[in-house]
Write a protein of this length. Sequence first.
Length: 255
Amino acid sequence: MVGHRFPSMTRSKVGIVVPPHYFDTTSTELTSLCAEVDVLHTQIRVSPDFGFTLDEIVQTGEEISDCAASLVAAGAEVVLQMGTPFSTAHGWSAGQELQRRITERIGIPFEMMGLSVPAGIHALGARRVALATTYYDPEWVDRYTGYAEESGLEVLGSASFTDQGRFGSHAEAWSASFQGFDPAFSIESIIEVGRAFPEAEAVLVPGMPGRILDLVPDAEAELDRPIVSYFSIWWRCLSHLGRAANRPAGRLLNS
């Protein structure tokens, strides 16, 4: 349903489903890209002992669907789901099927962040990627690598914050992810990955390693390659709304 056009070009209403146990303000990037967008959030509801294991995340599909339906009832024209693993934990094909089912249920465009990232890489004509896996631990890296390859990408290699010596352990990096990372800290790690794999056609950054969008144009210029991450969901959203980014935001959003 990408490219759907709405008759009114005054203001657009976007509903966003955000991860549990996390005060997500990432959507401020969307409204900075397009001032004519209004955002309403709802949060995935889980049990108090939800531990963010991949098996637990897979079980949230129906809850995400209910959240999306509630946003439609409030007037949303497009619904976005934030949080990469809530689609990638299913695998590429099963994640697409989940997105399709929710789209059919709610009757308006529905986009999952994790699915939008490989889609953005493909839209730029790239296939060979390096993964900047930031705060991911080895299990998550292995799972995401398989997911990316299932989507049709060739993964040349990866490195995380811990691999680069930026954190002492994967557990420490994971814990810090709930507070968020300074964008400059994250972009330095991403550039390091790009330099380590000069043959990669793009750098793919799974997860949400801080609001890095403002730093992406200069980082891409330094690497002379695109960087694609969580912000691909804004690309999908604006495409549905028939709108464009109003400022420099990297190769994908300005394509």
